[in-house]
Write a protein that binds this ligand. Structure first.
Ligand SMILES: [Ca+2]
Length: 213
């Protein structure tokens, strides 16, 4: 067990230095076929691989692995409707979000999001997610005020994604204390289908080593 943990940690470190992690090292839903699709599976997989990096159990978000489809998430497609946002199966049992968008438009006009109700100014936050797309494209990830004027609470993260499942990770300082945040993934600026899984938001607190890109 300890050997597995140490090798997993080393593998993770090596593969995440550039900001993009090897999907195998952080894939919490495919390394554990015997327990796949259960709560136990996520717990076991995280302890064996990425315990301190992108732990779903430490996340401020609910249903970040979409095991309950889109529960706790809000989808937003502006008129005229040009997109679908759905929970779909990836493999036999793993649920992910699929976004299909037929029109290049403002990025925010196709998005899904979850409220974030406890943001502390000058705390370091870590965001992780897995993603792939039907072709190379960019998506936008934001932590913003969940009402007009939609100001940033510290995260504006355009991320290029590819056709290979990859885990992405970044950290940022919250610029406000707020209870009305929104963590949003936006897709309107590109028409390649995108898939998202394992969304994690961790409050690291007032630390000295916030890994700002
Ligand atoms: Ca999932």
């Amino acid at each position: 067990m300890w050997t597995t943990k140490l090798l997993g940690a080393l593998f993770l470190t090596v593969n995440c230095l550039s900001g993009g992690c090897d999907p195998g090292s952080l894939d919490t839903e495919h390394n554990t076929s015997t327990l796949e699709g259960t709560d136990d599976e996520v717990e076991f997989a995280v302890s064996a691989t990425a315990a301190t990096e992108c732990d779903l159990k430490s996340s401020l978000l609910v249903n970040g692995n979409f095991s309950a489809d889109l529960a706790s998430w809000t989808t937003e497609i502006h008129e005229p409707a040009s997109a679908t946002i759905s929970a779909v199966l990836d493999g036999a049992t793993n649920k992910v979000v699929r976004v299909r968008n037929s029109k290049v438009q403002d990025f925010y006009k196709v998005q899904f999001w979850q409220p974030v109700t406890s943001i502390e100014k000058d705390h370091c936050y870590r965001v992780c997610f897995r993603a792939k797309a039907s072709a190379d494209r960019e998506i936008q990830v934001q932590l913003i005020k969940n009402a007009a004027p939609w100001g940033s609470y510290g995260l504006w993260w355009p991320q290029a994604i590819t056709s290979k499942w990859t885990t992405y990770k970044t950290e940022f300082w919250a610029n406000s204390t707020a209870s009305d945040g929104r963590l949003a993934f936006a897709f309107g600026a590109n028409t390649s289908a995108a898939y998202i899984d394992n969304v994690v938001l961790i409050d690291r607190g007032d630390v000295d080593d916030c890994k700002i890109p």
